[in-house]
Design a protein. Structure first.
Length: 275
């Protein structure tokens, strides 16, 4: 949750960031394949795909730009777009800058398999998960309120490239999305096989039923999403990381379950040899 209810400088003015206390550290997250081996391509490709690149919320508003490496990450630019507190019909913009960049602290890999960073932005602390070429900011219950600027914002969502710039990559994105969907299906199949003897696996299967709707909800406002599908790709890759992490947590199948699966495979092969 990203609470924000502290006063801020007027719109367009500099907002001094809080003094950083810790430097970030840690390596980018990786996802593993269905067999427990490292996947060929990680959905969290790390900071190399993000440093110095302008990112926009839903590919159309605001600005978020970071620099650094795995040891030290800073938020160099942050512009939040929102609506007026006194008049919600009025659009407002708050530029959060300071004499020194805002430092982002690596808090480690979360249970969803992605590396998370936290930045102590005045009046609007922000957390973000690292994806390939994008940042995923968790949604929040309470809006960030900049009282002096009469502006409230909600930075939650996918921060990625300008949606219009992705149209030419639509064919490539479709192929990558298909690969991500296939990887997700393979991992889910293994989890489904475990649902009979694992309450955690059964819960994952039930939760997966709502994933498509959640993805559509998150990506519906991304600029030109219906043309290129970039947000859907990144969110699907993030889901692959989550499912793989949960699968790893389940541990090996029980002896009876493993024997049953082995017997089913043997019968299948025997039946295939019959004319």
């Amino acid at each position: 949750m990203l609470p924000g209810a502290a006063p801020a400088e007027p719109q367009g003015a500099k907002v001094a960031p809080a003094k950083p206390k810790h430097k970030s550290s840690g390596a980018p997250a990786t996802a593993a394949g269905s067999g427990g081996k490292d996947a060929e391509a990680s959905p969290a490709a790390g900071l190399a795909s993000l440093v110095g690149r302008p990112l926009m919320l839903n590919g159309k508003s605001g600005l978020l730009q970071i620099s650094g490496d795995e040891k030290s990450v800073t938020v160099d630019k942050l512009q939040l777009v929102g609506e007026g507190v006194s008049d919600s019909s009025q659009r407002c913009i708050v530029d959060i800058v300071g004499e020194t960049p805002i430092e982002a602290t690596n808090v480690g890999r979360r249970p969803d398999g992605l590396e998370r960073y936290e930045a102590k932005v005045p009046a609007c602390p922000i957390s973000f998960d690292v994806l390939s070429g994008a940042l995923l900011v968790p949604s929040q219950i309470t809006a960030c309120v900049f009282k002096a600027a009469d502006c409230q914002t909600a930075p939650g969502g996918l921060w990625g490239p300008d949606g219009a710039s992705l149209v030419g990559d639509a064919a490539k994105i479709v192929k990558e999305r298909a690969a991500a969907e296939k990887a997700m299906g393979k991992i889910l199949h293994i989890i489904e096989d475990r649902a009979g003897d694992s309450a955690q696996a059964a819960a994952l299967v039930r939760d997966q039923n709502g994933f498509a709707g959640q993805r559509d909800e998150l990506c519906r406002d991304y600029a030109k999403e219906s043309v290129h599908g970039y947000c859907g790709l990144r969110v699907t890759e993030a889901r692959v990381a989550l499912l793989q992490t949960r699968l790893n947590e389940l541990g090996p199948a029980t002896g009876s379950k493993a024997a049953s699966e082995k017997g089913k495979k043997a019968k299948s092969k025997k039946g295939a040899k019959q004319p």
